[in-house]
Design a protein around this ligand. Structure first.
Ligand code: ADP
Ligand code: MG
Length: 728
């Protein structure tokens, strides 16, 4: 009888692409299912519309009466789109999004009903979500958590549901999600950046952080996916020998997109465009069956909502095409993992990108100010930046010789490096002479705009300047970008705030404004030098060099998360009004817990699969061989029979060897899990899971993968890498 694996494979061979019927212009679809400004203008009285716009751009409070009017407009609009239900859409700390649907429909008497949705229902909801992670903030007996509307991100309709983007907070007002601290970090950034912009342009009244993410993912046929319990439960292949052909030919990268995949991409892009997600780029990635999708960049909060929505839509649409999406950072060992580059910059209400080099010395000084302050922020807070991208999945990627290393550094390119070096050399203790000033101005003036087109690229850097933005490459593919954007915006805001203070103090001591700015920048350049690295981030020399420089190399999640305990970090987040000490502590707990649970599930599954899949397959094949050997001995007699069955006996022995070693390691792992489970403290427990439990993963896998090579193909129970990665 064929194994489930071979049955699944038969299914895949008969797949047809599912084509979507749409021949119009894509631009006609854009934002059709979003309740954005234009819809509001149509559905709201003009004074209400104005108040609403004010609330969206400046965060002013909406009065109850206005909220009622907006709710009613939203309801009418969404019903016209076919909606029957509404939900508060939020981002709990599990990493995905959550929703609880309620009907507009309300019975109002015998046989009578109306469609109801008022301001209260729009503004606040109580999802009674007692099983979302809360890090001890919300005891389950008072399970109240509230969702509250975020008017800066527009409502949208998916299927028959009106979705309202919301923050998620506890009864006592603490944040339990990514959105609320992100909004606060962006607010802090706005304030700090506007203040600094005043040195250069008094017309700047608002600075937005911008985010352009690039989402990498794998696509696997659903039949093969369903035949792999590890992919189903953990999102990654816990076992599997590398195929004879992997990515070494690099023939997948930017190659032509297979037809079935193309049909899937087209459908999810149409869905994305309807929701106002400006997806523009798609291509094959380096690994087989790996792809990437990227939109135009947007204001950070909106961009993050859009990324979460996109991940959700991708999964839903993939199922229609008999695909499953893997967002895990490292689904297959031996081929590239997936990341989510976060391209980040700052943009003013006057239309200036603060991280784009300018056309003249004055705008270059402004550029340098934001550029150097960002590097200083990375320098001072590298460990927080490392912590915000830490996860069990990303541990397989960071430092694994293909992704950014776990050492945080910044790459800025040769041209900017020499400009910063020149500036630093010119550092003068006392007052600048007119000649010093001219020299410095010349340096700054040297940064031409053409740099945008000729910046060198360094794919091995976790944090790289790419012409007019920084690219944070170490973010994991399954992550909520909120986590990294909260940290990045908070630390840069804090740095800008300190910079402003120092420059003001220089000015008050009689230095001219430009001179004060320049001198302060020189100090920052000097004090942040060790974070700059232009070489190969994958090389062993960098590890040694980084150690010499005193940079951290936190190789796993439990070590990286320790920084949340640091008093300095607590002070920073409190000062910037992004997270309170209590909120920070809760997050720390949740992240350690998430890590523990992920490793625990993987470990259990490893035990399960070795016992219930591999052991029986090994025995079955051995029995087949034993029967053959017995037959040969019977026919040929002892001596000739032994000679004739030499190969068989050798295979029987090798199977026994690997089977035993695999099982012994699995037993030892189980023992360690039992010990780890008794540990109370989350940090200690996470370390035990990392060092003691996960420690056995490689060994178990090594022997299992050897069995895969030894056992007859027909009998191997799980789809192999070559099937997972090369069929579509
Ligand atoms: P790649 O890194 O794949 O070579 P690019 O560097 O051309 O691609 O651009 C990647 C992403 O950078 C795009 O998704 C784009 O939206 C984003 N991006 C461009 N400018 C900005 C900006 N000012 N702020 C944030 N993101 C930006
Ligand atoms: Mg990129």
């Amino acid at each position: 009888m064929a194994t489930k694996r071979l049955e699944a494979y038969q299914d895949v061979l008969h797949r047809e692409p599912r084509h979507v019927d749409f021949n119009g212009k894509l631009s006609d679809l854009f934002g059709k299912n979003v309740f954005h400004a234009e819809q509001m203008r149509e559905y709201l009285p003009s004074d209400t519309y104005k108040l609403m716009m004010d609330c969206m751009t400046h965060g002013t409070r909406l009065e109850r009466k206005i909220a009622d009017q907006v709710a009613s407009a939203m309801k009418d609009w969404s019903i016209s789109k076919g909606a029957t239900h509404y939900t508060h859409w939020f981002q709990p700390l599990t990493g995905s999004t959550a929703e609880k649907h309620d009907a507009f429909f309300k019975p109002v008497g015998p046989g009578r009903a109306i469609e109801r949705f008022d301001g209260d229902m729009l503004v606040q909801q109580e999802p009674d979500a007692s099983s979302f992670p809360n890090g001890g903030i919300r005891n389950t007996f008072e399970a109240r958590g509230y969702t509250a509307w975020d008017p800066s991100s527009p409502a949208f309709v998916i299927g028959k549901t009106l979705c309202i983007p919301t923050i998620f907070i506890s009864y006592t007002g603490e944040s339990l999600d990514y959105k609320m601290p992100l909004l606060k970090a962006l607010h802090a950034m706005d304030n700090a950046a506007v203040e600094v912009c005043q040195y250069f342009d008094k017309n700047v009244t608002k600075v937005n952080a911008t985010l352009g993410w690039e989402q990498e993912y794998f696509l696997i046929d659903s039949a093969l996916f369903n035949a792999r319990p590890d992919l189903m439960l953990t999102g990654r292949a816990l076992f599997g020998h590398a195929p004879a052909k992997g990515q070494q030919l690099e023939d997948h990268y930017f190659g032509s997109i297979p037809e079935r995949v193309h049909a899937f991409m087209r459908e999810f892009e149409i869905e994305a465009l309807l929701l106002g997600i400006p997806v523009t780029t798609r291509h094959n990635e380096v690994a087989p069956n790996q792809f990437e999708c990227a939109p135009m960049f947007e204001e950070c909060n909106l961009a993050n909502d859009h990324n979460l929505l996109l991940m959700d839509i991708m999964e839903k649409i993939a199922r229609k095409h008999n695909f499953r999406v893997l967002l895990h950072e490292k689904p297959f060992s031996g081929v590239n993992g997936s990341g989510k580059h976060n391209n980040w910059s700052l943009s003013t209400n006057t239309g200036v990108n603060l991280l784009a080099p300018g056309k003249n010395p004055k705008s270059n000084l402004q550029f340098l100010t934001f550029f150097v302050n960002t590097i200083k922020a990375i320098h001072d807070n590298a460990d927080i930046l490392r912590a915000c991208i830490a996860s069990a999945g990303n541990d397989h990627r960071l430092g694994a010789n293909e992704a950014p290393p776990a050492i945080i550094s910044a790459f800025i390119g040769t041209q900017l490096s020499s400009i910063l070096d020149d500036l630093e050399k010119n550092i003068k203790a006392g007052k600048m002479t007119p000649q010093d000033k001219t020299e410095l101005k010349m340096n700054i003036g040297k940064i031409p705009q053409i740099m945008l087109d000729n910046t060198d690229r360094n794919r091995t850097s976790p944090f790289a300047f790419t012409g007019n933005k920084f690219e944070f490459r170490a973010v994991g593919s399954s992550a909520n970008c909120g986590s990294s954007m909260i940290v990045l915006n908070t630390i840069v805001a804090k740095q800008l705030k300190d910079f402003k203070k120092s420059v003001d103090s220089r000015i008050s001591k009689g230095e001219a404004k430009d001179e004060a700015i320049l001198k302060e920048l020189q100090v920052l350049i000097k004090n942040s030098k060790k974070i700059r690295f232009e070489g190969n981030g994958y090389g062993d020399e960098w590890v040694k060099e980084a150690e010499k420089r005193g940079l951290s190399n936190l190789k796993d999640t439990p070590r990286a998360l320790k920084v949340w305990h640091d008093k300095k970090v607590e002070k920073l987040f409190e000062e910037m009004n992004v997270l309170s000490a209590r909120e920070l502590e809760a997050r720390r707990e949740i992240e350690f817990d998430n890590y523990i649970m992920k490793i625990q599930i993987e470990s259990r599954l490893m035990g399960d699969i070795t016992q219930n899949y591999f052991t029986p397959a090994a025995i079955q094949y051995q029995n087949k061989l034993i029967k053959n050997v017995q037959g040969l001995l019977h026919i040929l007699g002892e001596k000739n029979g032994r000679i004739a069955s030499k190969a068989q006996i050798e295979i029987i022995e090798r199977i026994s060897l690997h089977l035993n070693k695999m099982r012994v390691a699995a037993e030892l792992m189980l023992e360690q899990r039992k010990i780890a489970n008794k540990i109370e403290d989350v940090e200690e427990k996470a370390i035990a899971y990392c060092d003691k439990v996960k420690h056995y993963f490689d060994e178990i896998r090594y022997h299992a993968d050897k069995l895969e090579l030894l056992i007859e193909d027909e009998l191997w129970p799980l789809p192999k890498f070559r099937e997972l990665l090369f069929t579509r």
